[in-house]
Ligand binder design. Structure first.
Ligand code: PAF
Length: 286
């Protein structure tokens, strides 16, 4: 089944997606996939722009994946803004939008789950049981359904990006995974669909997460004790009005293993609750 809004082809089932992609491929075109859960903002559009720069044709997916939300999480409240998303994607000249519903993605009798073990543990994995299994499974399906040459994901979800890179390497999925730098508001807040949950007062506090991660990264680069810096950042966030801090940690960027001392490719990652929004962010250690 194919629908269209002016200049945007929308498909909702795997067979139609495959037909479209095959059509695009017929003249040796390179295909990029940009998986999203919709509620698109400038961060998503940066993925689309990068995809357009790297490939000939761009397929965007919008699917709010129920299996990556825990029972007490915000699946029902997750922002959905179909027509705004369509307008943005049409204006960006995206070639295909794939929007399956939950039954198309998980038909009756579906029973397979993919777990990427080590890199899914700790950090967000320690606070969102099963989250990365849901992500790994749906991303594997999207990659197999669209069979793109490259697929793009934001660095804001750094652990997710690491899980997906491991998944693709371990399962020999023939696709290059491209990480795209986080897009931020002027005050440093990382763009996220969940920022919509913040009140005006919380919005003023929110950039402190990025500020504190940056302070930790600079202090680590200057040789400060990693545990002490991270603990200080947690205290600062709680004092600023965050109701809980899930973690502030420094990790080795490729494997996400704990960072004992400053070295190349170190990353500081954090997650904290502010009102109704769980904010995550990360920065490289310079
Ligand atoms: O980052 C997201 O929006 C989602 O986790 C993804 C990668 C589209 C999988 O549902």
């Amino acid at each position: 089944m194919t629908e269209s809004v002016p200049s945007l082809k929308i498909v909702r089932d795997v067979a139609s997606l495959r037909r479209r992609v095959q059509g695009l491929r017929s003249s040796n075109q390179m295909i990029a996939l940009v998986p999203t859960m919709g509620a698109l903002h400038a961060g998503h559009m940066a993925l689309v722009e990068r995809a357009k720069a790297l490939a000939d044709k761009v397929v965007v997916t919008i699917f709010v994946n129920p299996t990556q939300f825990g029972p007490d999480e915000d699946l029902a409240a997750y922002p959905r803004q179909e027509s705004e998303d369509w307008t943005l994607l049409a204006a960006a000249d995206v070639d295909v939008l794939y929007m399956p519903d939950a039954l198309a993605m998980y038909p009756e009798h579906f029973q397979t789950e993919i777990r990427v073990s080590d890199v899914s543990q700790g950090l967000c994995g320690a606070h969102r049981a099963g989250h990365f299994d849901g992500v790994a499974t749906v991303v594997a399906k999207l990659l197999l359904q669209a069979s793109p040459d490259i697929a793009l994901f934001g660095e804001k979800d750094f652990q997710q990006l690491t899980v997906i890179k491991r998944l693709v390497a371990d399962l020999d999925i023939p696709v290059d995974i491209v990480g795209v730098p986080t897009v931020r508001e002027d005050d440093g807040l990382a763009l996220s669909s969940r920022n919509a949950y913040l009140t005006e007062e919380e919005r003023a506090i929110a950039p402190i997460l990025h500020r504190e991660l940056t302070v930790v990264a600079i202090d680590i680069a200057e040789g400060a004790d990693i545990k002490v810096c991270c603990a200080r950042a947690v205290d600062t966030l709680l004092a600023a009005g965050f109701s809980a801090v899930d973690y502030v940690e420094a990790r080795e960027a490729l494997t996400l293993s704990s960072l004992m001392a400053h070295g190349p490719d170190a990353r500081v990652l954090g997650a904290a609750q502010l009102g109704g929004a769980r904010l995550i962010d990360n920065v490289p250690v310079p």
